[in-house]
Design a protein around this ligand. Structure first.
Ligand code: TRP
Length: 454
């Protein structure tokens, strides 16, 4: 460990809350949440998702922050140090590796999708009209089929991400979040109010919140759990890395509550805006990954002030993606700077190269020009499924076991800073409910209960 590099600390606990919300709120909450909810029966998915967020997401978020702060280092060294302190095997550091590398795998396709958003933002600024469903579908497949265009925007987005990460924890990551997150929230409020006015909000609300037991299939439950992990940035070391810059005075419990609440509110609000417009303009909510890229531009081109709102919408999504992608890069970059003594800028640019190349392969794989498949999946789908359904739940399980059973109660109680019943409640949920819940859902996945998912 290179001791000569002083460790940064967020400038306040609000800064930590903000950057963690920035990491959590991303393409997941907007692009993925809306299309998954749309394709998985709306409310069934939404309600199960909310349960998983409360029962599994919140306790795990606290556990990840706790490891990062106790270990005061990148995910690999935080795992090593806490394992050493508690007399556990150094092999637990593998979990840090899985996280740091998994996060880069996510970043490779995340950046491609963020690139699509940047392309749509550019089209919105130029006033491209998409007034028929055929044009909307054509527009999306023209984009995906052109690896030069998707590759270009993927490159632009990677450069933006690296630029922030290279500037450092406070000057780069914290500043970027302080500028973008308030703007993002403001734009979202505008969109939701306007969406309610010109769209069909009652129908959106019914679709998202009316409980329909028959829509509750094992596939929906699996998709909802995967999404709870993804939307809270869990299991991939990102939260550990951010937690490692948190001062010791801040309460992990209340901080995590803020993050979870903001993540849920922003997700639901954007879902309401998106579905209100989708229904208001007679479009289908179940069109899959193209939902916000096909249905919404169509709605925008028919609604009053549509161009302004489409620019604002895609800007909103781009900001959300940007504040998340920097958190996907941080675990590995902090490992390079701390473990190998590399300068931050060099570490960030160096990390970018393999991720960028993998992203280019994703662009090629999704295009019909050069489309290739890996094990029957196109690369985007394959990487998404691998990380979301396997790596994140498994590493979430391992984190729960580690903090719940291996670290030992004295260390955990000392670091968590929760008192009395609040501590017991959290600790027991982490020890029993989280591992059992993840295992059950995971077994369901292994025996193929998820075949019903489109
Ligand atoms: N939570 C982000 C989203 O919803 C994605 C993300 C950022 C992420 N960092 C992560 C997912 C770390 C898993 C792990 O878009």
């Amino acid at each position: 460990m290179n001791q000569s590099v002083p460790r940064s600390t967020w400038t306040s606990h609000w800064a930590f809350i903000l950057v963690t919300i920035g990491s959590a709120v991303g393409l997941g909450n907007i692009w993925k949440f809306s299309y998954l909810a749309g394709a998985n029966g709306g409310s069934a998915f939404v309600l199960v998702y909310l349960c998983f967020v409360a029962l599994i997401g919140l306790p795990l978020l606290m556990a990840e922050i706790l490891i990062g702060r106790r270990g005061r280092g990148n995910p690999v060294s935080a795992m090593l140090k806490t394992a050493e302190e508690s007399g556990n095997s150094p092999w637990w550091a593998l979990l840090g590796w899985v996280g740091a590398l998994g996060a880069l795998a996510i970043l490779s396709f995340y950046s491609v999708v963020a690139g699509w958003i940047a392309d749509y933002l550019c089209q919105a600024v130029m006033g491209v009209q998409v007034d028929t469903p055929e044009k909307a579908a054509q527009g999306f497949s023209n984009l995906k089929d052109n690896p030069l265009r998707t590759g270009f925007w993927h490159t632009v987005f990677m450069v933006l991400t690296v630029w922030v990460v290279a500037r450092g924890v406070v000057r780069g990551i914290e500043t970027a979040n302080k500028i973008m997150m308030p703007l993002l929230f403001l734009i979202l409020l505008l969109l939701a109010v306007w969406g309610a006015k010109v769209g069909n909000m009652p129908m959106a609300m019914h679709f998202m919140f009316d409980f329909k037991a028959e829509a509750l299939t094992p596939g929906v439950v699996l998709a909802a759990m995967g999404h709870a992990f993804f939307s809270l940035s869990l299991g991939m070391g990102a939260i550990m890395a951010y937690g490692s810059y948190l001062d010791r005075e801040t309460s992990i419990g209340s901080t995590s509550l803020w993050v979870v609440a903001a993540n849920v509110v922003i997700g639901l609000l954007s879902g309401m805006a998106i579905f209100s417009l989708t229904f208001g303009y007679g479009l289908s909510p179940s069109s899959g990954p193209g939902l916000i890229l096909q249905a919404l531009p169509l709605a925008f081109s028919h609604m009053p002030f549509g161009q302004i709102f489409s620019v604002l919408f895609f800007l909103f999504v781009l900001f959300a993606a940007w504040t998340s992608s920097i958190s996907l890069m941080e675990p590995f970059v902090s490992w390079l700077t701390e473990r190998c003594g590399m300068r931050r800028a060099r570490a960030a640019w160096g990390t970018c190269v393999p991720v960028w190349l993998l992203g280019l392969a994703v662009c090629l794989s999704s295009s019909s020009v050069a489309g290739f498949k890996v094990f029957g999946y196109d690369l985007l789908d394959g990487l998404d499924q691998l990380t979301n359904r396997i790596m994140m739940p498994l590493s979430g399980l391992a984190i729960a076991v580690y903090v719940g059973w291996m670290l030992g109660r004295p260390i955990v109680a000392d670091e968590a800073g929760l008192k009395g019943r609040a501590f017991s409640l959290w600790f027991n949920v982490l020890r029993y409910i989280v591992p059992i819940g993840i295992t059950l859902v995971f077994l369901g996945l292994l025996i193929g209960l998820d075949k019903s998912i489109a």
